[in-house]
Design a protein around this ligand. Structure first.
Ligand SMILES: [Zn+2]
Length: 316
């Protein structure tokens, strides 16, 4: 009888523990880095590394109007464009991120909206997957605010670390921790606060809340950029930093369905290495599909013609 009572008590205790750990886990999405395991050739140290930063829904003219000291410092050492072509159609986030991360237009990756119907990532996977295919010794991470990027685009193919958060500040913390605590090689970081401000107040330089959101993300980038600069100074690393976006938007707060509207389709692209040759504005408008080949060129990964990429690397 006593034994039965004890085991019942234990059962209740275990149930309580399971319930509490569920509640605890649901509330505590840690931003601590969980470093990827060493690869077979664990002595291999990469010098060339990549940080791709996506600022969702950020218009070029608003970025130029906002007070962004951290991005300004980056731009001063970059090749950049205020008229990067993100594609005239399929002006949704799902399509835009698919294009940036796979290096091919929607005609190939198949995603034309935010529902991911027709996705063809088996044939055209994201670049982190290609990097890992090339060598398991590249340590990769995708740390995002818009969960669907990881769930739909990144998760189906090999990436070491996938994190998603409901706040930009948490993305900043996690990316900074991965930079400081792990010997990462390639990181994709996505911020969504600017897009949220655009949808609720309007995407336009005259909208104070939209400008505020851009200035907030600029402040969010400071610890990340500082961590990269520290690594370059003290660890003999050369980071390619790219900053771009999936689309712009209208003053009415729209972007999806706004085909051929330059406020939506012409965006910005910032491309910077440790020693960017000839920093300044590019004399042509690069395309969103040029991001992936620029990354492969920096990492020294030969572009395989069977990948059927649509872009060309930006010369840096
Ligand atoms: Zn978007």
């Amino acid at each position: 009888m006593q034994q039965h009572f004890l085991s019942t008590l234990k059962g209740i205790g275990s149930l309580f523990f399971i319930l509490m750990s569920f509640v605890f886990n649901a509330c505590d999405k840690t931003t601590e880095a969980d470093c990827p395991e060493a690869c077979a050739n664990s002595n291999l140290q990469h010098v060339k590394k990549v940080l791709l930063i996506g600022i969702d829904g950020c218009r070029s003219d608003a970025l130029q109007a906002a007070n962004t000291p951290n991005l300004d410092q980056l731009i001063a050492n970059s090749r950049y464009s205020w008229t990067l072509d993100r594609g005239n159609t399929d002006t949704w986030s799902g399509a835009g991120w698919s294009t940036m991360l796979t290096g091919v237009w929607p005609a190939k990756h198949g995603v034309k909206d935010n529902w991911y119907v027709g996705k063809n990532y088996g044939e055209y996977p994201h670049f982190l997957c290609r990097v890992k295919e090339t060598s398991d010794c590249f340590k990769t991470a995708s740390i995002v605010h818009y969960t669907a990027i990881n769930d739909e685009i990144v998760a189906p193919c090999n990436t070491d670390e996938l994190r998603d958060y409901d706040k930009d500040a948490n993305v900043t913390e996690a990316v900074t921790n991965y930079l400081n605590d792990c010997n990462m090689d390639v990181i994709f970081a996505h911020f969504d606060g600017v897009d949220h401000a655009g949808h609720s107040r309007g995407f336009h330089p005259s909208i104070p809340e939209y400008i505020d959101a851009i200035e907030t993300v600029d402040a969010d980038l400071k610890p990340i950029l500082d961590a990269v600069y520290e690594r370059e100074a003290n660890h003999n690393e050369d980071w390619l930093i790219i900053v771009s976006t999936d689309h712009g938007g209208t003053i009415e707060g729209a972007h999806g369905g706004e085909d051929n509207n330059v406020d939506v389709t012409r965006v910005f692209g910032i491309f910077r290495t440790k020693n960017t040759a000839n920093p300044g504005g590019l004399r042509y408008s690069p395309e969103l599909v040029d991001v992936v080949p620029t990354i492969f060129n920096h990492l020294g990964i030969p572009i395989n013609s069977t990948w059927n990429l649509d872009g060309v690397g930006v010369a840096l």
